[in-house]
Design a protein around this ligand. Structure first.
Ligand SMILES: CC(C)(COP(=O)(O)OP(=O)(O)OC[C@H]1O[C@@H](n2cnc3c(N)ncnc32)[C@H](O)[C@@H]1OP(=O)(O)O)[C@@H](O)C(=O)NCCC(=O)NCCSC(=O)CCC(=O)O
Ligand SMILES: NC(=[NH2+])NCCC[C@H](N)C(=O)O
Length: 349
């Protein structure tokens, strides 16, 4: 059985082993024991609420309870860009027009911006390839929205996710080759590693400050602006189902899209509900759907937050969970849980 739960001190080795498999472009998950150890310590302090909300980094792992294996990881950062500048390119428009000559040109332009400063961030989503089946990827990514819906006061109004940008088969980034390479004189992997070490703002300072016309870039670079890495396409889809969307911000190195949403407009804020764990009664049984849809369920305890997928459906504010479900959630009869249909209802999006 799979459970997504708050990370703890004993997960460091498993986290490191996952980080060895994610590859270039996953800036927040590098196989560096010191960096991961520091991040884990911040995550534990976040769940223990011993550091302020804007410094928090809530990391979750997916555990396979049948063998104790850690199958995946994901995270939500309280806020980005409050200790060092957070850069993106914003794609804007410049119009060059002459009525006399009857010429009107509309040009897409890259502006270096700090517009997303202070946003909360979804990040570090990785599911071990052995587990990429069934609803596992959905459970891992979407479980974070139950956490946000349960504790919205811990997050800022805006939530973002920086998606890994497009890479060619050989791991190079056409956008980086067409732009960043001119300024940094080092290869993409090196820049990515420096970014992971917290040197992103240092590198960003080497970037030109003037708006850049996208049309001036090589064709291969133009084509990948806002495009994701091939193994990141499912991650993008999952976030879009929950209400995030691309609004023209991209990564300064690989032009991967930034997805964003207002926290208040997330599907989970609208459709998740609290339910009390209670045995089925004739009344609730009669109201239960004939073909239940999978439901995400979490407990409501910050420091030991746990989430599963169940076939049980909440009816009239109550839910009948199996003994196994209750063990995974560390819940008992009478406790309150939060529920969210796993899949977007057809009339919703
Ligand atoms: C992202 C996950 C965890 C997703 O798991 P799975 O691959 O098992 O997902 P899945 O259930 O098969 O697919 C999820 C949804 O995407 C759809 N889907 C699948 N392939 C697609 C494609 N090529 N284009 C568009 N949609 C696609 C599926 O139909 C499904 O939607 P329907 O249900 O509608 O059919 C995994 O692929 C992974 O670990 N990827 C490698 C790491 C990575 O690149 N991570 C993201 C980095 S960026 C990041 O971390 C920030 C974002 C974040 O934190 O969320
Ligand atoms: N090169 C990029 N566009 N990286 C975006 C970062 C990927 C992902 N958000 C992470 O947590 O690591």
């Amino acid at each position: 059985m799979l459970v997504v739960r708050a990370i703890n001190e004993n997960d460091l080795d498993a986290l490191y082993s996952m980080a060895t498999q994610v590859g270039t472009g996953m800036t927040t998950l590098k196989p560096d024991m010191k960096m991961l150890g520091d991040r884990l310590a911040t995550a534990c302090a976040s769940f223990a609420e011993t550091i302020p909300p804007e410094q928090r980094d809530y990391m979750f792992v997916m555990e396979d309870t049948s063998n104790g294996r850690i199958a995946g990881v994901c995270a939500i950062k309280g806020a980005v860009g409050l200790t060092e500048p957070f850069y993106n390119y914003r794609i804007g428009t410049l119009v060059h027009s002459s009525r006399e000559l009857n010429v009107f040109t509309k040009m897409d332009t890259l502006y270096l911006s700090n517009d997303l400063t202070g946003s909360s961030e979804l990040c570090s989503l990785f599911l071990h390839p052995d587990y990429r089946q069934g609803h596992n990827g959905k459970l891992l990514s979407k479980s974070r929205f139950l956490f946000i819906a349960q504790f919205p006061h811990l997050f800022t109004q805006k939530i973002i996710a920086e998606m890994r940008g497009y890479q060619a088969e050989d791991g190079s980034s056409p956008f980086y080759e067409g732009l960043g390479r001119h300024f940094f004189k080092m290869d993409f992997h090196h820049v990515d590693d420096l970014t992971a070490l917290g040197k992103k703002s240092f590198i960003a300072e080497l970037m030109p400050r003037q708006p850049l016309y996208i049309d001036y870039l090589p064709k291969e670079a133009q084509e990948v602006v806002g495009q994701v890495h091939k193994s990141t396409a499912p991650a993008r889809r999952l976030l879009e189902q929950e209400g995030l969307h691309y609004e023209g911000y991209v990564d300064i190195f690989d032009a991967g899209p930034v997805l964003q949403a207002r926290v208040s407009e997330l599907r989970a804020m609208r459709d998740s509900e609290l339910a009390v764990v209670a045995p089925d009664t004739d009344m609730t049984h009669a109201c239960a759907p004939a073909h239940p849809e999978p439901t995400l369920v979490s407990n409501t305890v910050l420091k030991d937050f746990r989430m599963i997928i169940t076939q049980a459906t909440p009816v009239n504010g109550e839910i009948d969970l199996s003994t196994q479900d209750l063990q995974l959630l560390r819940c008992h009869m009478g406790d309150t849980v939060r529920t969210l249909p796993l899949n977007v209802r057809k009339n919703n999006v």
